[in-house]
Design a protein around this ligand. Structure first.
Ligand SMILES: Nc1ncnc2c1ncn2[C@@H]1O[C@H](COP(=O)(O)OP(=O)(O)OP(=O)(O)O)[C@@H](O)[C@H]1O
Length: 577
C-alpha cells in the first residue's frame, strides 16, 4: 500500500469527517452494548435455580435490560450503516467526477494507447470497489477490534484457564483459513482472467456479427467459446472446491473448541468454580471472539483489493493532461482561414520520425487535398492542425496566430471535422445535429439541413427532426448518417473544414449527393480534404501528395498529371481498376 494512496483516500474521506466520526461512535456503542449481553444472559440463567425455584424479581429486570440493550445496539447499527452508506456514495461520486473531469483533459494520445474497456472499468468497477471495500472494511475492522478486545476481557474475567484454551485453538482456525484462502485465490484469479477473456470474446462476436455470418464463422466461434467456457468451468470448480473447504474446516475447529469449553466448564462447575450461567456466557464470548478472527483473511483481501483499485483510479487521475494553454492565449474568432505550417516536425514515437520540417502555406478559402499511400501521414497532418497532437518543433499559424497562442476551444470551434466514421449518439435527429451548438433554434437546424441536403430525408423519417436515433445511428443508412454529420458541421459554421475520408464508406451514387453537400459547405471556407478516391478531389486548388510524412508533389490536378510522377501513377492505377 503506497503512502500516497492512503493519503489521497483520506483526502476524499476527510470531506465526510462528520459521517466518519458518527460511524466510529455508532460502531463503538453498538458493539460494546452487544458485548454486555452474554454476561447478562449468564446472570439471567443463574436466576433459574431449579424446578419451581426461579428468582423472578432478579430475572425480569435482567431480561428488560437485555431487551433494551439489543434494541439500542440495533439502532446504533442502523445509524452506522446509514452514515457509512451516505459517505460511501458521496465519495464514489466525488472520485468518479474527478476521474471523468480529468478524462476530458487528456490528450488523444492517451485514448489511442489505452484499451477503452480498461478506462471504463476504472470508472465503474474500481471506483465502486474503493468505497465498498474501504467502508465495509473500516466498519468491520472497527467492530472486530471492539469485539475481540471486549470478549477477551470478559472471558478472562470469567475464567483465565478456559480463556487460554480458546486462545490456542482460535489462531489455528485463522492459519487454516488463510492457507485455504491462499490456494483458492490462485484459482479465483485464473477464474476472473478467463471470465475477462470470455467477456471480450462474446463482445467481439456480438459486435462483429455481420462479419461472423459473412465468413461462416459461427461453428468455429462456437468451438472457441466452448473451449473458454470449459476452462471457466474448470477454474470455477477448483476455486469452489477450495473455498468451500474454509467454512466446514473452521467450523469443525471452532466446534471442537466449543466442546472443550463445555466439558472443561462443566467440570469446573461441578467443582464449584463456575456457575451454569458463567458457562453459557463463556460459550457465547468464545464464539463471538472467533468470528472476526476467522474473517480477517477475507477482510484483508477486500481491503487490499480496494487499495489496488484506488491505485488504478489514481493512476488515471494522474495521467498527464493536454499541455496547458498559455496565460496570454487569446480566442480565435471566425478566422479568414489562412493556414501555414512552418518547419513542422512530428513523430508519434521518438524513434520513428514521421513529419520532417514540413512547410506549407494555404490561402483562405482554398481547398487542399491530401493524398498518398496508407500510413503516409495524411491524418497526422490534420491531427496537428486540430491540436490533437502537438508538434515536436516548428509552428502552425492560422491567420497570423500560432495555434499554440490561442485557446484550444476556440481553435477547435473554428474548425469543422467530418470523418469516415459518422458518430451519432442516442437522441433525436435535432439533438444530434445540434451537438456542436446546443443553443441552435429549430429554424437554424432546418436551414443547415437544407443546405446539406439532409432536409428531404429527415422530413420523411417517422417523426421528422424528433425521430429518435439509436446508438451509432443503427436505424439510418451510411449516407444518411454522413449527411447528418455534415449538417452538424454546417450548423457550427466553421471557417476551416477537415474532411477525412468522409465519403469512403458510401456508395458512389450517394457519394455524388454528399459531394454536392460538401461543395456547398466548402464555399468560402478553407478546407483540407483527405481522400483515397482521387476522382473526388480533382477540383482542389492544391493537391499535396504525401509519402512517409513528406510532401513529395504539390500542385493542382492538371499540373500533377503533367508531371507524370507519383500522383499520375496513383490516378491512373485507380482508373485502370
Ligand atoms: N496514435 C498513433 N500512435 C503511434 N503511431 C501512429 C498513431 N497514429 C498513426 N500512427 C502512425 O503514423 C503513421 C501515419 O499515420 P496516419 O494515420 O497519419 O496515416 P494516413 O496517411 O492517414 O493513413 P491512412 O490512409 O491509412 O488513413 C503510420 O505509420 C501510423 O502507423
Amino acid at each position: 500500500m503506497k503512502k500516497s494512496t492512503l493519503r489521497r483516500i483520506w483526502i476524499y474521506m476527510g470531506k465526510y469527517k462528520i459521517n466518519l466520526i458518527g460511524v466510529l461512535i455508532c460502531s463503538f456503542f453498538s458493539n460494546t452494548l452487544l458485548i454486555f449481553a452474554p454476561l447478562l444472559t449468564g446472570k439471567a440463567i443463574d436466576k433459574i435455580i431449579g424446578p419451581s425455584n426461579v428468582d423472578f424479581s432478579g430475572l425480569i429486570p435482567l431480561i428488560s435490560i437485555l431487551l433494551a440493550l439489543y434494541l439500542t445496539s440495533s439502532l446504533f447499527q442502523w445509524f452506522m450503516s446509514i452514515l457509512s452508506n451516505v459517505a460511501a456514495s458521496h465519495i464514489t461520486k466525488d472520485i468518479r467526477k474527478d476521474a471523468f473531469d480529468h478524462l476530458n483533459t487528456l490528450p488523444l494520445k492517451f485514448f489511442d494507447q489505452t484499451a477503452h474497456g480498461d478506462i471504463i472499468s476504472k470508472l465503474t468497477n474500481d471506483i465502486d470497489a474503493i468505497s465498498e471495500g474501504l467502508f465495509q472494511g473500516i466498519t468491520q475492522v472497527l467492530s472486530a477490534a471492539i469485539i475481540i478486545t471486549g470478549c477477551f476481557g470478559f472471558m478472562l474475567a470469567i475464567n483465565p484457564f478456559i480463556t487460554m484454551i480458546v486462545l490456542i485453538i482460535t489462531p489455528l482456525c485463522f492459519f487454516i483459513a488463510s492457507f485455504i484462502a491462499k490456494q483458492s485465490k490462485k484459482m479465483f484469479s485464473n477464474q476472473s482472467k478467463t471470465v475477462g477473456e470470455l467477456n471480450g470474446y462474446v463482445e467481439e462476436m456480438i459486435g462483429n456479427q455481420k462479419v461472423v455470418k459473412a465468413f461462416g464463422y459461427e461453428n468455429r466461434s462456437l468451438e472457441a467459446f466452448k473451449k473458454m467456457n470449459e476452462e471457466l468451468y474448470h477454474w470455477g470448480q477448483k476455486a469452489q472446491w477450495y473455498s468451500s473447504l474454509t467454512n466446514p474446516t473452521t467450523r469443525l475447529i471452532n466446534n471442537t473448541a466449543y466442546v472443550a469449553v463445555t466439558v472443561i466448564g462443566g467440570l469446573l462447575a461441578i467443582a464449584g468454580h463456575l456457575s451454569v450461567g458463567n458457562i453459557a456466557s463463556f460459550l457465547t464470548y468464545s464464539n463471538q471472539f472467533a468470528k472476526p478472527i476467522n474473517e480477517i483473511t477475507s477482510l484483508s483481501s477486500q481491503i487490499q483489493s480496494a487499495f489496488a483499485s484506488a491505485e488504478r483510479v489514481f493512476a488515471l487521475i494522474d495521467e498527464e493532461s493536454e499541455a496547458k494553454v498559455l496565460e496570454s492565449a487569446k480566442e480565435i474568432n471566425n478566422p479568414r482561414g489562412s493556414v501555414e505550417f512552418k518547419k513542422v516536425s512530428f513523430s508519434y514515437r521518438p524513434d520513428v520520425p514521421l513529419i520532417k520540417e514540413l512547410d506549407l502555406s494555404v490561402k483562405p478559402t482554398n481547398m487542399i487535398a491530401i493524398v498518398g499511400p496508407t500510413g503516409s501521414g495524411k491524418t497526422t497532418l490534420v491531427n496537428l492542425i486540430m491540436r490533437f497532437y502537438d508538434v515536436n518543433s516548428g509552428n502552425i499559424i492560422i491567420d497570423g496566430d500560432s495555434i499554440y497562442n490561442v485557446t484550444r476551444e476556440s481553435l477547435r470551434q473554428s474548425i469543422g471535422m467530418v470523418l469516415q466514421e459518422s458518430w451519432l449518439f442516442k437522441g433525436t435527429v435535432a439533438e444530434n445535429v445540434a451537438y456542436g451548438k446546443p443553443e441552435a433554434t429549430r429554424n437554424e437546424i432546418i436551414n443547415a439541413a437544407k443546405e446539406s441536403m439532409a432536409h428531404s430525408f429527415i422530413k420523411r423519417l417517422p417523426k421528422g427532426y424528433d425521430t429518435e436515433i439509436t446508438e451509432d445511428g443503427g436505424n439510418l443508412s451510411q449516407g444518411q448518417k454522413q449527411l447528418l454529420t455534415i449538417t452538424r458541421v454546417m450548423l457550427t459554421n466553421p471557417s476551416i473544414l477537415i474532411l477525412d475520408e468522409a465519403t469512403s464508406n458510401i456508395d458512389t451514387r450517394t457519394e455524388i449527393k454528399i459531394q454536392k453537400a460538401f461543395s456547398k459547405m466548402m464555399e468560402g471556407r478553407t478546407s483540407f480534404v483527405i481522400a483515397h478516391r482521387l476522382s473526388t478531389i480533382r477540383e482542389a486548388d492544391v493537391i499535396l501528395v504525401l509519402k512517409d510524412g513528406d510532401i513529395i508533389e504539390k500542385g493542382n490536378h492538371e499540373e500533377l498529371l503533367k508531371k507524370k510522377g507519383f500522383y499520375y501513377t496513383m490516378y491512373h492505377s485507380q482508373f485502370a481498376e
